[in-house]
Structure formats: structure tokens, C-alpha cells
Write a protein that binds this ligand. Structure first.
Ligand code: RB5
Length: 147
């Protein structure tokens, strides 16, 4: 599995912890920045990862900002991206099973590290639940970008 990861300044330290965690599990992870706690604009990071995932250079993206919201809003502008702001284990699981989310966005300022680690773990280990109704709904979402 190839994972692209990025953050703004608010998510910088959590991004580094997630990278360390993924590497400890031998998951191939590539860092798209930012590289410090100097303020940056989250759309600049989100768009790079969203394009890389949409182009199939990576299986999954992880984006971290203060709330996860700005990253999701930006990433979802890119056709083919289904970015999900996950806020508990269940949303991490259902975003994969039902929505086939290909980017996880996280709010570094909203959760403790053990919670974030668990959201990442659940998101990455959960497969899409193939089935007529989920595929039909995802196709409808995709069609919105084809107009
Ligand atoms: C940065 O202060 C903050 O606005 C950003 O990290 C994020 O929460 C935006 O959605």
C-alpha cells in the first residue's frame, strides 16, 4: 500500500507521528509537507495530495490540519477524490465501507494521539464493501464531476 501524507502547520506534529507509526508497520508513506510549524495555507498541501491520489500514484492520502475540514473541502474539489473527515472509529470504518473514501482528513487539534492512531489504523485496514447500493451511490457522486 502506498500512502501520501500532508499537513498544514496545525497538523505538522501529528503528521510526523502518523508517518513514524506507518513506517513502523512497513507501510510505504511519502511526505508532501509541510516541514515546520510556520504557517502555510492548507489548500496548497491538500491539492498536491488529492491530485497524486486521483492520478493513482498512491492508494490513499492522509491530510491533517486543525479540524480536518479545510483539507476535506479542498481535496473534494479534485475529480475522483472522496475525502472524509473522520471523527471516531465508526466514521473511519464507514467512510471506507460505504463511501470508498480515498483520503482521510484529520483534525489534529480535536483528538488525542491514541484516537488519531486508531482512526488511521481503522481507515487503512478497512476495505470497500462492494455491493450494488454503495457502488450506485459512488457512481452518482462521480457523475457530478462529469458534467
Ligand atoms: C489553521 O489555523 C486552521 O484554520 C487549519 O488548520 C484548518 O483547521 C482548516 O480547516
Amino acid at each position: 500500500m502506498k500512502v501520501a501524507i500532508g499537513s498544514d502547520h496545525a497538523g505538522f506534529s501529528v503528521k510526523n507521528r502518523i508517518m513514524k507509526y506507518l513506517k513502523s508497520k512497513s507501510i510505504d508513506v511519502q511526505d508532501f509537507g509541510t516541514d515546520s510549524e510556520e504557517p502555510v495555507d492548507y489548500p496548497d498541501v491538500a491539492v498536491k495530495i488529492a491530485r497524486a491520489v486521483a492520478d493513482s500514484d498512491f492508494d490513499t492520502g492522509i491530510l491533517v490540519c486543525g479540524t480536518g475540514i479545510g483539507m476535506a473541502i479542498t481535496a473534494n474539489k479534485i475529480p475522483g477524490i472522496r475525502a472524509a473527515v473522520c471523527y471516531n472509529e465508526e466514521t473511519a470504518r464507514l467512510s471506507r465501507e460505504h463511501n470508498q473514501a480515498n483520503i482521510l482528513t484529520l483534525g489534529a487539534r480535536q483528538f488525542s494521539w491514541p484516537d488519531i492512531q486508531r482512526f488511521v489504523e481503522v481507515f487503512l485496514e478497512t476495505p470497500f464493501q462492494n455491493g450494488n447500493r454503495h457502488e450506485r451511490r459512488i457512481k452518482k457522486i462521480h457523475q457530478l464531476t462529469q458534467r
